[in-house]
Design a protein around this ligand. Structure first.
Ligand code: NI
Ligand code: MN
Length: 231
């Protein structure tokens, strides 16, 4: 069994594992580089990292159409249940973990803000470590570089997905430092080239990762799938 990661552009990912479809931060309809629209994706679970529109925009419509469970920090899970009538939610908080049908989900801190689109309080921004079939996948989501990433990497990471866009999150140079702290086997870039202010040269970033870290860079185009083989 393998885990498939499909980049849907920006911070949006589709993870397929254990016959489940897991969407992270679905933002498709108003995202310039998205390879599909919100009504074209299916999901069993939707993970939300924080409250900004470019991470929550299409979550409620997909959840309510598919009957997906929305997972997020307590404030955001409650917001989806109360404001968007999402029937199934899992509220958690930083440092906490939960076992779901596809694997284990641990919520990690992120250094970022988290106001919801209607001005509501989104709690604290988060990332996730997913443990699926014994493999550990870290989605840093929107965050600055922070030195506790070395603890997130302790125990080994098969994959780290890091923002490289700069301006709203860490940029390419700090993502190289993050990779040095996390020590993942593979590192994938996200949250760039959506709009001009976060345009980045991913090939140049990959050259730096290859030269300055032990990780293997994997650069996807929006819509492309990368398969993480079980070894
Ligand atoms: Ni954000
Ligand atoms: Mn963002």
């Amino acid at each position: 069994m393998s885990t498939r990661l499909t980049w849907l552009g920006h911070g949006t990912w589709l993870i397929e594992a254990a016959d489940k479809k897991i969407l992270l931060d679905p933002f498709l309809n108003d995202q310039p580089t998205a390879p599909c629209k919100a009504d074209e994706v299916e999901a069993d679970f939707i993970l939300i990292s924080h409250g900004h529109f470019d991470h929550v925009a299409d979550a409620a419509s997909i959840a309510n159409r598919c009957g997906a469970t929305v997972v997020g920090i307590y404030e955001i899970a409650t917001w989806f249940a109360e404001k968007h009538q999402v029937a199934e939610t899992v509220g958690m908080n930083l440092g906490g973990g939960v076992t779901l049908p596809f694997g284990h989900v641990k919520m990690t801190p992120a250094l970022h803000s988290s106001q919801l689109p209607d001005g509501g309080c989104g709690g604290h921004a988060a990332g996730y470590v997913l443990t699926i079939s014994g493999q550990r996948i870290y989605f840093a989501c929107d965050t600055a570089l922070f030195s506790d990433m070395q603890w997130i990497g302790r125990g080994g990471l098969d994959v780290a997905v890091l923002p490289i866009g700069d301006l709203f999150t860490m940029g390419p140079a700090d993502s190289v430092s993050a990779t040095q702290l996390l020590k993942p086997r593979h590192v994938l870039p996200a949250h760039f080239n959506t709009w001009e202010p976060i345009a980045q040269d991913a090939d140049r970033w990959a050259e730096r990762i290859a030269r300055e870290t032990e990780a293997e860079p994997v650069v996807l185009k929006p819509g492309a799938t990368w398969e993480l083989a079980v070894e």
